[in-house]
Design a protein. Structure first.
Length: 441
C-alpha cells in the first residue's frame, strides 16, 4: 500500500502545483482598465491644457503616467469602439459611422474582440457603460462578444436620468433590460467600482468603462454645474458633466486602492472622438475642427497611460499612435494568443511607452465617416482627402492647427502620400450602415 500511497501523494502534489502555478500566472497578469469619455475635447481636461474645468482625479492619473500627445481615434462613437475592440480600421470592419438604434448591422461577428482574447487567458471581462456596436440580435450584444458582465446602455444619446432613447428604455445588465433610477455617469462609476471590489484576487480583470458623459443631451445635476455658472450656459453644463465623469473616475481609482490592485493595474484613458460643438460646448484648442471630421480636432484626442513602476510618471509621448494599437499591445502584454484569422492593423506600442521608441507606424491611416473621406499621417506630414475631393497637406510640426495648406507647393510629397493612402484603402469594405445625418449619436 505504501508505494501506491506515495504514487497517489505525488500525483496530488503535482496537480496542486499545476493549479498553483496557473493561479500564480493569472495573478501576475496586469489588471487593465480603459476609461473612455464620450465627445470630450482635446483641451477640456487640465492635464491637456484645459483652464476652466476642474478635473483633479483625471489630472492626477495623467501626472502619474505618460500623456499621449498625438493619440488618434476615429471621428465618431461606434467606429472608435470597433477599432479598440478589434484592433482594425473601418476599412476592415465596415464600421465607419454610427450604429443607430435597431440598425440591422454592427461589429461583424467574425471579429475576434479584445475581451474574447483576454478571456482566453483567464481574465474577468466586464463593460460598464456605452456599447454602441449593434444590438438588433442577441449575438451582437456585449455578453456574446467576449464580456462576461455587462452594465449600461447599448446606444448613445439617451436621457441621463430616465435612460430613455427615442421612447424606449436603453439600460441593461447582462444584456437584459434594467429599470433603475439615477444619473447615468454616477451609476456607471458606482457599478465599475463594485466590479473592482468583487474581483477575486487571483484573477486578472479587464474593465472597459465607456462613459456616455459628456455626450448630448446636455444634462447634469445642478450640484455639478453650479461652480461653472459664470461660463456660457452650454459650456457650463458640459463642464458640470465632465466634473461628474471626473468624480466617477476618482471612485474607480479609490476602489482599486481599497482592493490593493492599483500597483498591478494599467489604466488607459482617452476620448472616443474630438469634442462636439468646439468653442461652445467643448474645447479642442489648438486643433482645427471637431467631432465627425478628419482634421486634427476630430480624431486627435486627450489620452494617457498609467501603471505605477512600469510606465514613466510625468512624461509625454509625441509619437503618432492610434487606438487600434491597444489590441496587439495588450495581447502581447497579457500573453494572449496573437493568432487569428483576420489581419490586425494595430502595432505593439509598449516600447514607445516604456523605452522612448519611435512610433511603429511609418504611415498611419486616419479614416473618416465614409469610404471617400480619409487622411494619412507620415511623420510630421498629414494628407487629407476631404469630402470636397481636393487634397490638403499640412506639416503638423509647424502647423498643428492645419491653417496652411501646402499641397500645391509639395506635389511630390502629395503624390507619394496619396499612393500610400490608396494602397492602405484599396480593399476597403463598404459602409456597414447608413451615414448619420447629424451628430446626434
Amino acid at each position: 500500500m505504501k508505494p501506491l500511497l506515495r504514487v497517489l501523494t505525488a500525483c496530488l502534489m503535482a496537480l496542486l502545483s499545476e493549479q498553483y502555478c496557473a493561479h500564480a500566472i493569472e495573478a501576475s497578469k496586469p489588471n487593465i482598465i480603459y476609461l473612455l469619455v464620450d465627445d470630450m475635447g482635446y483641451a477640456d481636461c487640465g492635464f491637456n491644457g484645459g483652464k476652466d474645468i476642474r478635473t483633479p482625479n483625471i489630472d492626477k492619473l495623467a501626472k502619474a503616467g505618460t500623456v499621449l500627445k498625438s493619440f488618434y481615434v476615429q471621428p465618431l462613437c461606434s467606429p472608435t469602439r470597433a477599432a479598440l475592440l478589434s484592433g482594425r480600421f473601418p476599412t476592415r470592419t465596415g464600421v465607419y459611422n454610427v450604429v443607430t438604434p435597431g440598425a440591422t448591422w454592427g461589429l461583424p461577428l467574425d471579429e475576434r474582440t479584445l475581451p474574447q482574447a483576454l478571456g482566453e487567458v483567464g481574465y474577468t471581462t466586464a463593460i460598464c457603460g456605452k456599447w454602441h456596436l449593434g444590438e438588433f440580435r442577441p449575438e451582437y450584444r456585449p455578453t456574446q462578444r467576449g464580456f462576461q458582465y455587462q452594465y449600461g446602455h447599448m446606444m448613445g444619446n439617451l436621457d441621463y436620468n430616465t435612460h430613455i432613447r427615442d421612447g424606449k428604455l436603453d439600460w441593461y445588465r447582462d444584456d437584459k433590460p434594467l429599470q433603475e433610477e439615477g444619473y447615468t455617469t454616477t451609476l456607471i462609476g458606482k457599478d465599475a467600482s463594485r466590479v473592482i471590489r468583487a474581483q477575486p484576487k487571483d484573477k486578472p480583470l479587464f474593465l472597459y468603462v465607456p462613459f456616455n458623459g459628456i455626450h448630448s443631451p446636455y444634462q447634469v445635476p445642478s450640484s455639478y454645474s453650479e461652480p461653472y455658472k459664470d461660463l456660457p450656459k452650454l459650456r457650463g453644463t458640459v463642464a458640470g458633466m465632465l466634473s461628474a465623469v471626473d468624480e466617477a473616475i476618482g471612485q474607480i481609482v479609490a476602489a482599486l486602492d481599497e482592493k490593493g490592485m492599483r500597483n498591478n493595474t494599467l489604466i488607459l484613458f482617452s476620448s472616443d472622438n474630438g469634442g462636439a460643438r468646439p468653442g461652445q460646448g467643448t474645447m479642442n484648442t489648438p486643433l482645427r475642427g471637431g467631432k465627425g471630421g478628419i482634421y486634427e480636432g476630430g480624431m486627435r484626442v486627450a489620452a494617457f497611460a498609467t501603471w505605477p513602476g512600469k510606465i514613466a510618471a510625468g512624461a509625454t509621448v509625441d509619437e503618432p499612435l492610434h487606438i487600434v494599437d491597444w489590441y496587439p499591445t495588450l495581447l502581447k502584454l497579457t500573453g494572449a494568443s496573437p493568432q487569428q484569422k483576420l489581419p490586425v492593423d494595430g502595432k505593439d506600442i509598449w516600447p514607445v511607452l516604456t523605452k522612448k521608441a519611435k512610433s511603429p507606424h511609418t504611415a498611419l491611416l486616419l479614416h473618416g465617416t465614409n469610404t471617400n473621406v480619409k487622411a494619412l499621417r507620415m511623420g510630421d506630414w498629414k494628407l487629407l482627402l476631404p469630402a470636397s475631393g481636393k487634397m490638403e497637406l499640412y506639416n503638423l510640426a509647424t502647423d498643428i492647427s492645419e491653417k496652411r495648406n501646402l499641397a500645391d507647393s509639395q506635389p511630390e510629397r502629395v503624390k507619394e502620400m496619396r499612393a500610400q493612402l490608396d494602397a492602405l484603402t484599396k480593399d476597403a469594405k463598404p459602409l456597414g450602415g447608413p451615414l448619420p445625418g447629424t451628430d446626434k449619436d
